[in-house]
Write a protein that binds this ligand. Structure first.
Ligand SMILES: [Zn+2]
Length: 220
């Protein structure tokens, strides 16, 4: 389990979670929500050639196969695992419904099977929904050889109503080796794309350089 890389050098990892639950799929089906995929984030990262790592749920990948191909096709982007349907892996986790007893290992294994055919820079990095985990959850994942990555800089972008607090939360805490947690889920993180240019500029001012997660964690 890691929260960040070595505190040396100038690299930091920008990570974007791609949550998708059955409730979110239902919101898309009924038209209540238009998109859980923030294209403006992808556009900007691509245009400015910024490396990033995407923690994908299996259901997000299945809902957005073209975008997943786009992510996998970018040599600066890494793909990681954020469970199949963003269920909770502990009993008390932000009101998320809980994954079936005994189903944790298969949930994560299945997600790898969904992501892997897309190729690109595949990793064995994994992030728990809501970062919620306990000993039993970690034991369940041990056979899969994953590295659990939380992150040391929580942007607080889910359900944000303004971009400035996101920028502030990131720039106040980011240091060499940091892993920044953001979301690419648009309707559930509507201010992230507005915050992103200010975050990128603030990193530049601090002499920090975004890099793929594997490079940040391996920097020692
Ligand atoms: Zn999540």
């Amino acid at each position: 389990m890691v929260d960040h890389g070595p505190r040396v050098g100038d690299r930091v990892a920008l990570t974007f979670d791609a949550d998708m639950t059955d409730g979110m799929l239902n919101n898309l089906r009924t038209g209540r929500v238009k998109s859980y995929a923030n294209l403006r984030i992808l556009d900007r990262l691509e245009r400015e050639q910024v490396p990033a790592t995407f923690f994908l749920t299996g259901k997000w990948v299945q809902r957005y196969p073209d975008l997943t191909r786009r992510i996998a096709g970018n040599p600066r982007f890494e793909l990681a695992n954020h469970t199949y349907g963003h269920l909770a892996f502990t009993g008390d986790c932000y009101d998320l419904p809980r994954v079936a007893a005994g189903g944790m290992t298969e949930d994560v294994a299945r997600t790898f099977r969904v992501i892997e055919p897309y190729g690109g820079r595949q990793t064995r990095y994994f992030r728990f929904p809501g970062l919620c985990h306990d000993e039993a959850a970690l034991d369940a994942l041990a056979p899969l050889g994953v590295t659990v990555v939380d992150g040391d800089v929580v942007s607080g972008d889910p359900f944000a109503t303004a971009w400035k607090p996101i920028v502030r939360a990131v720039l106040e805490h980011v240091r060499p080796g940091s892993v920044v947690i953001m979301h690419v889920t648009e309707a559930n993180a509507a201010m992230t794309d507005e915050a992103l240019p200010y975050i990128l500029a603030g990193l530049r001012e601090r002499g920090l350089v975004p890099a793929p997660l594997s490079e940040v964690l391996a920097a020692a």
